[in-house]
Design a protein around this ligand. Structure first.
Ligand SMILES: [Fe+2]
Length: 362
């Protein structure tokens, strides 16, 4: 059987060293490889082991193919990006022995925004952990990203800097499964073609967080019954578009747009910064609020911010896998006093944060 050719980059190194040193043994010593590897590399590029005129050596070196550039681990696989669910369910959550699931549903943190409510994030996670939740499903916008809309509303620019702020301040002790939207963190994916979900996952895991990327825009999670193995589908979604005149309307239209057979059993929605739950076309649905105060942009657009999150309990039929009931505990962090006064917004420095109740959710 013919020997496998060496990588072209090694053959190039050997040929260049040989052109300089004129001795296979000297090349082997210089590159720290065996003389037989040197000979095989020279054979690969048709350089004889005796004397060569310098021009033929140069020709031989020039004929070695350039190494193929390797794709970055953060390359987006398809353009335009496809929602995560298109590739099938990305994760399974096993029920508890009593056929129930219990998890947090909280997103739209917008880390690196001057209006991010870290106190709310911490309190929600503290509560989820205390209640023995299995994980939190983050419905996206975990960082604020940067674009002309928010240039003066962020404390840091750049994907790495914003993910580092998230890694520094995100609470520990609970697994997080996060989708990413095509706005905010998604602006960077659109502009730079970076898989921001994987990038953030790597930054978070390097900092010791149990943070898992669910993918772009809409991910499906299998809810598997621990007693029977039957499953239901949970959709974790960061949709798009503006808020509607009624809180329920956008979600209603999204679910109405789904074809029969593709509806999930349960769906969690971020993006609109609203807290709400309902049952539409037999889909248990929930909007997950936000952990960011109303921004100047939202004020301009007359958008209310429901600062808070939810703790969700599901009861599953072990015979069929279907979800018999959903008990959403919507947790709202109300204003303690009116948020008037100076310093509320600033385009050049820190902002005055509203004093919210963060210890009254029990
Ligand atoms: Fe958001």
């Amino acid at each position: 059987m013919a020997a496998k050719p060496r990588p072209p980059e090694l053959a190039r190194k050997v040929a260049e060293a040989y052109a300089e040193l004129k001795s296979a043994h000297a090349v082997a010593v210089k590159l720290g490889i065996s003389p037989s590897t040197v000979y095989r590399c020279l054979d690969d590029v048709n350089i004889k082991r005796d004397w060569h005129p310098p021009s033929s050596l140069r020709e031989a070196i020039a004929s070695i193919p350039e190494p193929e550039p390797q794709p970055s681990p953060y390359t987006i696989e398809r353009v335009p990006q496809q929602p995560a669910f298109a590739g099938g369910p990305v994760f399974e959550l096993l029920s508890r022995p009593d056929n129930t699931f219990l998890f947090g549903a909280a997103g739209d943190l917008h880390a690196a925004s001057k209006y991010t409510r870290w106190d709310v994030r911490e309190e929600l996670y503290r509560y989820f952990i205390e209640e023995d939740a299995q994980c939190n499903f983050d419905t996206g916008n975990w960082i604020d990203g940067f674009f002309r809309y928010n240039t003066f509303d962020v404390e840091a620019h750049g994907l790495d800097e914003q993910c580092s702020i998230l890694a520094r301040r995100h609470p520990r002790g609970l697994k997080t499964f996060a989708v990413w939207g095509d706005d905010h963190e998604g602006w960077m994916a659109q502009r730079e073609g970076i898989n921001v979900g994987k990038y953030c996952q790597d930054v978070m895991q390097a900092a010791g967080h149990e943070w898992h990327d669910l993918g772009y825009m809409e991910a499906h999670v299998l809810l598997r019954n621990a007693n029977s193995g039957k499953t239901a589908t949970l959709a974790v979604v960061h949709p798009g578009g503006g808020s509607a005149y009624a809180i329920s309307y956008s979600i209603q239209k999204i679910i109405e747009s789904l074809e029969g057979g593709e509806k999930p059993h349960v769906a969690l929605y971020g993006h609109y910064h609203k807290l709400w739950s309902g049952l539409i076309r037999n889909v248990w649905c929930l909007q997950t609020g936000c952990q960011q105060d109303q921004t100047p942009f939202m004020r301009k657009k007359r958008l209310e911010a429901h600062v808070g999150g939810a703790l969700v309990r599901l009861r599953q039929d072990p015979k069929t896998g279907s979800i018999l009931s959903m008990t959403p505990e919507l947790i709202r962090f109300f204003n303690r006093d009116f948020y008037a006064g100076t310093g509320r917004w600033s385009r050049h420095g820190p902002v005055t944060m509203l004093n919210r109740h963060v210890h009254t959710i029990r």
